[in-house]
Ligand binder design. Structure first.
Ligand code: TXA
Ligand code: MG
Length: 327
């Protein structure tokens, strides 16, 4: 059995922050305090770092994550801000507000971090430790709450350690978080800003700033992208055929591992999630490969079997959703 070494917990002084930035830049996982809850951070631009974060949390599915940045300027390099987004950022950042906006072309955040969506969730936290880490690392950091999947969000370094020790590279101790409730999420994508998740910033404050009510979209887990509607999950246009043994002429092939299924030479396009059959690498490639094969114009993407171990569970969850019949 693998021995899990306890993760270092360091008081968040200047040298600990520098160490956190070094680890994050190298693709490591670092828990740090924000004003809402503790976040488990990873380099948003590194697909494999994001995949390791999912593995550490033990999440059985891929949800889009929030990219945390040091200031409005860094946020605007990643997302396109309409008038409402600019107004809310000016009024409430830094602070417990997350804005969902369209990704800009060339946005360096990995497809796994945004779960293949063409929108991105952005947040500028106000906690001094979070701000110092983000300034030192100078790149977007995804940070879901620092707890194991299915457990409650953590508000002290001791709670983080109890949940994640041995699974992450460093825990920065910055005391108890002030709010204890996640950030409020507002989508500024269509004409009317929409409240996606209530949280640490009250709806009334946001509506008072905008001088108009926020829309409240109905949750719609499997909705494919449709104009004017927020898609909560990416779905390819092509149909998916799972666990294939042979490729049919004209299909696109999404391969896994070294094996070549029958008919591979007849595929319209082919990409391999991980020739080495490594689920972390496969997770990092999942959304970008699906997108690329979708763009090949094939009507069907034939997908080889991905083992159900580790991140394989989340990969299979996403493939099954994409393969489900839709209207
Ligand atoms: O307070 C917080 O926001 C904490 C601290 C650590 O910053 N973070 C946090 O992250 O709560 P997380 O990963 O647990 O929550 C991300 C939420 C999910 O509900 C996800 O569906 C939503 O953000 N989200 C992310 N990107 C999105 C997008 N492009 N469109 C719609 N929702 C999105
Ligand atoms: Mg959470």
């Amino acid at each position: 059995m693998a021995v899990e070494l306890a993760t270092r917990v360091l008081s968040a002084d200047r040298s600990a922050v520098a160490e956190a930035a070094r680890l994050l830049t190298a693709g490591g996982l670092v828990a740090f305090p924000t004003e809402t809850v503790y976040g488990l951070g990873a380099d948003a631009t590194g697909g494999e770092a994001v995949a390791r974060l999912y593995a550490a949390k033990g999440r059985p599915s891929f949800n889009p994550l929030i990219s945390h940045v040091a200031d409005v300027e860094a946020a605007r390099a990643l997302g396109a801000f309409n008038r409402a987004a600019k107004q809310l950022a000016a009024a409430f950042w830094p602070g417990p507000l997350t804005l969902v906006v369209p990704r800009v072309t060339g946005c360096p955040v990995s497809d796994l971090a945004t779960a293949g969506l063409d929108t991105i969730a952005l947040r500028v936290p106000s906690h001094p430790v979070a701000r110092e880490v983000l300034r030192a690392v100078a790149r977007p950091i995804v940070a879901p709450s620092a707890n194991r999947s299915g457990h409650v969000s953590t508000t002290t370094a001791a709670h983080v350690a109890a949940d994640l020790s041995g699974r992450v590279d460093l825990i920065l101790d910055g005391g108890a978080t002030a709010l204890g409730l996640e950030s409020t999420i507002v989508a500024c994508v269509g004409d009317t800003p929409a409240l996606l998740r209530p949280g640490g910033l009250a709806r009334e404050e946001i509506e008072a700033e905008l001088g108009a009510p926020l829309a409240t979209p109905q949750p719609n887990a499997n909705a494919p992208a449709s104009p004017g509607q927020l898609a909560s999950h990416y779905a390819p246009r092509a149909r998916l055929r799972l666990d294939i043994e042979a490729v049919k002429p004209g299909e696109a092939l999404l391969a896994f591992g070294r094996e070549r299924p029958r008919g591979t030479e007849l595929a319209k396009a082919a990409l391999n999630l991980s020739p080495a059959a490594d689920v972390i690498e496969a997770a990092a490639n999942l959304f970008s490969h699906l997108r690329a094969l979708d763009q090949s114009g094939a009507a069907t993407i034939a997908v080889m079997r991905v083992p159900h171990e580790g991140l394989g569970e989340a990969i299979n969850d996403r493939l099954a959703r994409a393969a489900a019949p839709r209207p």
